[in-house]
Write a protein that binds this ligand. Structure first.
Ligand SMILES: [Zn+2]
Length: 207
């Protein structure tokens, strides 16, 4: 099976995430996560995020994170404070976390360095950083997930961080289209990468 490590489309092979504190369609997905991004953040939204997670112990957290594009909506220092609250909540409840990070690599890495989390319980989705950053994150046992937008050298990232996996970040609703993107993402990885992806998935979801 080809596992999609970050998608907004519920399918038996995907880790499905939300960005607005809504619960995903977990039953038809491989793993369900509920999250909240800075542009959608409100006090009520955060309360909803926490209560959705409290109610369903099988739900993981994601996507949550930092996004420089939304600084006019929520300043970066607020985004950092909020993200720390969310991470603390998830870590205390032993939930895995899918992170979103746009133009905020330095503050994100700083936050991760301060955290005490289970190895491979945090996945950095849509990673577009350098091999140096990948190496730094490997030391923290953070999984890197590579989406269609990544145009760097995947081999170099894999060398720096063996916990690197493919994702589609698919937001549509067409099963065939999703499958096509997923297959093309796997083709960018070494042959037989499926096995490594399955191992990383087991680590990510405590199996
Ligand atoms: Zn996404």
């Amino acid at each position: 099976m080809l596992i999609d490590f970050h998608s907004h489309f519920s399918s038996p092979d995907s880790v499905v995430c939300t960005a607005d504190a809504s619960a995903p369609d977990r039953d038809s997905a491989l793993l369900g996560c509920t999250g909240l991004l800075p542009d959608k953040w409100t006090v009520q939204g955060q309360q909803q995020l926490f209560s959705v997670l409290e109610r369903d112990p099988r739900l993981q957290m994601g996507e949550v994170g930092l996004d420089r594009r939304f600084e006019s909506i929520l300043p970066m220092d607020r985004q950092i404070t909020i993200l720390k609250q969310e991470l603390e909540f998830a870590i205390h409840r032993e939930r895995s976390i899918s992170l979103h990070c746009v133009r905020a690599t330095k503050p994100m890495v700083d936050i991760l360095k301060e955290l005490d989390f289970r190895p491979c319980s945090i996945l950095w989705h849509g990673f577009t950083g350098s091999p140096e950053t990948a190496r730094e994150l490997a030391k923290l046992n953070v999984i890197l997930s590579i989406g269609p937008r990544f145009n760097g050298n995947i081999e170099a990232i894999l060398q720096a961080n063996p916990y690197t996996v493919p994702e589609t970040d698919y937001e549509g609703s067409e099963s065939l289209e999703h499958q096509k993107i997923l297959e093309s993402q796997y083709r960018r990885f070494p042959e037989d990468y499926q096995d490594q992806a399955e191992k990383v998935f087991c680590l990510f979801c405590h199996q």
